[in-house]
Design a protein around this ligand. Structure first.
Ligand code: SF4
Length: 113
C-alpha cells in the first residue's frame, strides 16, 4: 500500500507492506511518518471537525481534541448532532467530556451572542 503522510507539509510518499501481520514501512522521512503509516494500516484515525448548535440555533465550530477512529465517525456525528450548547462559548472550551474513550469535543471559535 502507498500512502502520503499527512503529519507535516513534507508529504512523504510512504510504502507499507504487511507480511504475516508484520507491518514494514519505508519512504518515511521521520519516525512520525512510520507511526502514521502503521496506524493508517491497522486503525486509521482523524480529528473530527464539525459544528454544534447553540440554544439560539447558531452553529459553533468544534473538533475532537485527539484523532478518533474513522470507523466510529458516523456514530459520533449522531451523538454530536444531539448536543446543544449555551452561549457564550470560548475557543478551547470543552463542549462534551469523553465524547469517546478519553477524547473531548472542544470549541474552535468564540461566540458571545
Ligand atoms: S514522514 Fe515525517 S517528514 Fe515525512 S511527511 Fe510525515 S511527518 Fe513529515
Amino acid at each position: 500500500m502507498k500512502l502520503t503522510c499527512i503529519e507535516c507539509p513534507m508529504g512523504c510518499e510512504i510504502e507499507v507492506v504487511v507480511t504475516d501481520g508484520v507491518v514494514s514501512v519505508s519512504g518515511n522521512g521521520c519516525p512520525r511518518g512510520k507511526l502514521y503509516a502503521q496506524n493508517e494500516t491497522v486503525c486509521p484515525r482523524r480529528v473530527l471537525t464539525t459544528t454544534v448548535m447553540t440554544e439560539k440555533g447558531i452553529p459553533v465550530s468544534v473538533k475532537t481534541d485527539k484523532p478518533v477512529k474513522k470507523s466510529e465517525m458516523q456514530d459520533l456525528m449522531q451523538k454530536i448532532n444531539k448536543i446543544t450548547v449555551c452561549t457564550p462559548v470560548k475557543i478551547g472550551q470543552i463542549i462534551e467530556n469523553n465524547l469517546t474513550e478519553d477524547i473531548n469535543l472542544v470549541a474552535t471559535s468564540t461566540l458571545n451572542k
